[in-house]
Design a protein around this ligand. Structure first.
Ligand code: CAA
Length: 257
């Protein structure tokens, strides 16, 4: 049974995961990351799960890796740390992941948020990579993903000063896709997740894969990859159903085939 993650019963194809270490501002300890990787692996294989919302509580999405746990690791311990394997499984989750962020979103929490495809942030959210204050640097993709998300100058400022940015600045910089009032953040993320859950699952999977590829390849390679995925989808029943439903002016009935 998960201890550090609460799940809500699947509804309309949307799975809601809530980080649940309120006493530590949802700091990401190893057990929490393992649970998250396990849950996402299961959700990836479950056809009934069409999208996932991940959230924290009103004070914090997550305030980073668990600093107390890190304190016990020497260099060999860091080399043998299983967490990079959990992060890799989280990054490989093939379905849409939507983050609903209230409050602190720092360090490993910000890195987790950047694994989401879509981020809805509350107006009181704060985003930062404060690792430099601890004499370290981000270790779960923070430098690499942040620079791709917000560009070199702002990413460098955040990593080098350790100072967070507010939600408005995060929106301007493209780190998040929408801002809401604090009490509406989760609801809005669920709305988006439901809309996504109604779409053709295979097209959604290809969309995520191709969008992610754009972060890693130059334009010509990305365009070729997109065209291959587009062509592959022409072999699906859902593609024919989607087009037929449009012409017949009805809602499509997607089967994931
Ligand atoms: N790890 C472990 N415990 C944490 C934590 C963390 N990252 N962040 C907060 N907590 C704990 C605090 O120790 C405190 O516990 P106790 O009540 O038992 O003392 C509790 O959560 C509440 O925190 P505060 O009392 O500090 O709350 P605050 O409102 O005064 O301050 C804060 C909030 C500014 C976020 C502050 O808690 C803070 O600076 N946290 C650490 C943030 C940080 O440095 N994150 C990066 C971690 S390193 C990392 O993430 C590496 C990586 O890239 C993988």
């Amino acid at each position: 049974m998960p201890t550090f993650l609460l799940t809500e019963p699947l509804h309309n194809g949307v799975l809601i995961l809530r980080l649940n270490r309120p006493d530590a501002l949802n700091a990401l300890n190893t057990a929490l990351l393992e649970e998250l990787a396990d849950l996402l692996d299961d959700a990836g294989l479950n056809d009934d799960v069409r999208s996932v919302v991940i959230t924290g509580n009103e004070r914090a999405f997550a305030a980073g890796a668990d600093v107390r746990e890190m304190a016990g690791l020497d260099a060999v311990g860091v080399m043998q740390d299983p967490r990079p394997r959990y992060w890799a499984r989280i990054a490989a989750f093939p379905k849409p992941l939507i983050a609903a962020v209230n409050g602190y979103c720092l360090g490993g929490g910000c890195e987790l948020m950047m694994h989401a495809d879509i981020v809805v942030a509350s107006s009181d959210a704060q985003f930062g990579q404060p690792e430099i204050n601890l004499g370290i640097i981000p270790g779960a993709g923070g430098t690499q993903r942040l620079i791709r998300a917000v560009g070199k100058a702002l990413a460098s400022q955040m990593v080098m000063t350790g100072q967070p940015i507010d939600a408005e600045r995060a929106l301007q910089a493209g780190l998040v896709s929408e801002l809401t009032e604090p009490e509406l953040c989760l609801e809005r993320a669920i709305d988006i997740a439901r809309r996504i859950a109604r779409q053709a699952p295979l097209a959604m999977q290809q969309a995520k894969d191709v969008l992610n590829r754009a972060q890693e390849s130059h334009l010509a390679a990305g365009l070729a990859y997109e065209r291959k995925a587009f062509t592959l989808l022409a072999a699906t029943e859902d593609r024919n159903e989607g087009i037929r439903a449009f012409i017949e002016k009805r809602r499509p009935d997607y089967r994931g085939r």
